[in-house]
Design a binder for this molecule. Structure first.
Ligand code: SF4
Ligand code: SF4
Ligand code: SF4
Length: 387
């Protein structure tokens, strides 16, 4: 019971008002149409980010839905339906229920998810930590490899690009296939959770993995394509069966007649212990970089990064950079690590061209497609005044 949808997630409806606004939003030039003509999307170029959808002033762009699949699984007594939710969902969901943008409604959201019928309710934060540790450790391997440290040969070239944004990954694959070896091999937090949900979790819950139905709630439309990529079947079962957006979760809660604002505060189910605070900043541009650098710093130096100012990696400019001196115990010297953070794939071209030409000064580059990161993803509530 799953779709095989990896393309065609985003579509223009037949009653497009032909205002042409979306063409200026799209980072890849996937939308075509003249002023006064119905616009259309080239799905070979589209990276499924949904930025056109949340910015169409007339609401004439929609995303493919897996909500019916989720409802079917919830109604099937043979299925053990579990859900993960990403950090950017909890600070946006409340907008759909009249609360101020940014209000953290995680405890009411957990309560709502249980009332919708999910048997276990988890945060993606735990696996965001795993992604961060993987990316940090992989970066160390690549840096050691570049320095010629024995045992670290063939760890991959520098700079290392982050791999957690599926819109960015599709952009890289489509436009710059030569950059693929530079992408981190770490799965995104959604997919790490999915893999665990079909391998470790069934043994812990004593449930047949064939009966686990793994749902994720994401701020992102591109995650719908990511979950259907053919490589994400770690255990023989699809890692994540269905993805719904923040908007779709709100619609499900309303459809079920749940009075969201009156729900009691509940906690998420515990996974394997607590997550660090690092994963919470995952949804904000610069967050993955900051967290992975802290991991690399701690492993290499044996001390924490509290004293070093990493604030340069946060912020709203499209391309930001920072340099961190890491004292490497094993080498007995400090290494400067140069990082860049890109928000908006359309701003990454120059950096990629520099890398491919061998003139990049960076060791680690974070790329997130949406402005400011997942917090402004294509699956978030829409603030639209014109209809
Ligand atoms: S922004 Fe919306 S209404 Fe305007 S051309 Fe694009 S899809 Fe059509
Ligand atoms: S989803 Fe993103 S890439 Fe696709 S048409 Fe819309 S803005 Fe362009
Ligand atoms: S920045 Fe976040 S919300 Fe936007 S496409 Fe990437 S993963 Fe999805």
């Amino acid at each position: 019971m799953s779709t095989v949808l990896t393309q065609g997630i985003i579509n223009v409806t037949s009653d497009c008002r032909a205002c042409d606004h979306c063409t200026s939003i799209c980072p890849t030039g996937a939308i075509s149409g003249l002023l006064g003509q119905r616009h259309k999307i080239d799905h070979n170029l589209c990276i499924n980010c949904g930025q056109c959808l949340i910015n169409c002033p007339f609401g004439r762009i929609e995303d493919a839905s897996m909500v019916d699949l989720v409802k079917k699984a919830l109604a099937d007594p043979s299925k053990f339906v579990i859900v993960q939710e990403a950090p950017a969902v909890r600070v946006a969901l409340g907008e759909e229920f009249g609360l101020e943008p940014g209000t953290n409604v995680k405890n009411k959201m957990y309560a709502a998810l249980r009332r919708l019928g999910f048997k276990k309710v988890y945060d993606t934060e735990f696996t965001a930590d795993l992604t961060i540790m993987e990316e940090g450790t992989e970066l160390i391997g690549r840096v050691y490899g570049a320095l010629g440290v024995k045992g670290y040969e063939n760890k991959g070239p520098l700079p290392q690009f982050t791999s957690c944004c599926p819109a960015w990954i599709k952009y890289a694959e489509d436009k710059y296939p030569k950059i693929i070896p530079y992408l981190s091999t770490a799965k995104s937090p959604q997919q790490m959770f999915g893999a665990i949900s079909k391998t470790y979790l069934p043994t812990k819950l004593n449930v047949n993995p064939a009966n686990i139905y793994s749902v994720s709630v994401m701020p992102c439309t591109a995650k719908k394509a990511e979950c259907n990529r053919p490589e994400f079947i770690s255990s023989g079962y699809q890692d994540v069966d269905a993805v719904i957006t923040t908007r779709e979760l709100a619609a499900l809660i309303k459809e079920k007649g749940i009075d969201f604002n009156k729900l009691p505060a509940e906690e998420a189910d515990k996974f394997i212990g607590a997550s660090t605070g690092a994963a919470t900043i995952f949804g904000v541009s610069g967050g993955v970089m900051e967290a992975a650098l802290r991991t690399a710093y701690e492993i290499l130096s044996g001390s924490t990064l509290d004293e070093v100012d990493l604030k340069a990696v946060r912020g709203l400019q499209s391309v930001r950079e920072a340099s961190v001196e890491i004292p490497v115990k094993a080498l007995g010297k400090a290494l400067p690590v140069n990082v860049a953070i890109v928000t908006g794939t359309k701003h990454v071209d120059k950096l990629i061209e520099d890398v491919l030409a061998g003139r990049s000064k960076y060791h680690f580059i974070e790329v997130m497609n949406c402005p400011g990161g997942c917090i402004n993803g294509g699956g978030q509530p829409i603030r639209r005044e014109m209809h």
